[in-house]
Design a protein around this ligand. Structure first.
Ligand SMILES: [Zn+2]
Length: 181
């Protein structure tokens, strides 16, 4: 009998939960839970503490020559405020700014608060110009935020389900080291 009551109680509790949700607006399921909503468009006055530089690729066809504007459109369609990355390196090697550095990005689950997100446009072949720009940009940010080489990581190092950014970590770090000398 006690068991029967507990089952009935669970069903009632479940019904209350379902009914209480009916009046609430739908939450976009694609919106990642780790993105802190930003209410103001102005940059926060206090600079963020940056501990990591996370490298990404857009995972778009290599023939697609897109930049921050297009990626911003994709991300806004997901319900985000704006582009989730802080910097975009186009196929030509041109570097475009995305989200302001002082703003928390939306690019790596669990590590957005203290990181910067850099993305190269493409999937398989990072062009030479792109690679050089990515190295220069990373070096510039390492100096600016006083970060060691181990603070530079690929997306996959923080999320084992990914292969992003599809470039060799070893090679990239070696190139960074050479640039530092
Ligand atoms: Zn990524």
């Amino acid at each position: 009998m006690g068991r029967f009551i507990s089952i009935v109680r669970q069903i009632v509790l479940w019904l209350v939960r379902v009914l209480s949700r009916l009046g609430q607006p739908m939450v976009k399921s694609e919106s990642p839970p780790n993105v802190i909503p930003i209410t103001s468009k102005a940059e926060p006055e206090k600079p963020r503490v940056i501990k990591k530089i996370v490298i990404h690729c857009t995972d778009s066809r290599d023939s697609l020559d897109i930049g921050a504007a297009e990626i911003g459109q994709w991300h806004r369609r997901r319900g985000w405020l704006k582009i989730g990355y802080h910097f975009v390196v186009r196929r030509s090697g041109l570097i475009e700014r995305g989200r302001e550095e002082n703003m928390i990005g939306a690019h790596v689950k669990g590590y957005n608060v203290n990181s910067l997100g850099l993305v190269w446009v493409g999937r398989d072949n990072c062009t030479d110009d792109q690679y050089q720009s990515l190295v220069k940009l990373t070096r510039y940010l390492m100096k600016k935020y006083n970060l060691p080489i181990v603070a530079v990581v690929g997306h996959w190092e923080l999320n084992s389900g990914k292969t992003c950014p599809n470039i060799s970590r070893v090679e990239f770090r070696q190139t960074l080291e050479k640039e530092m000398q």
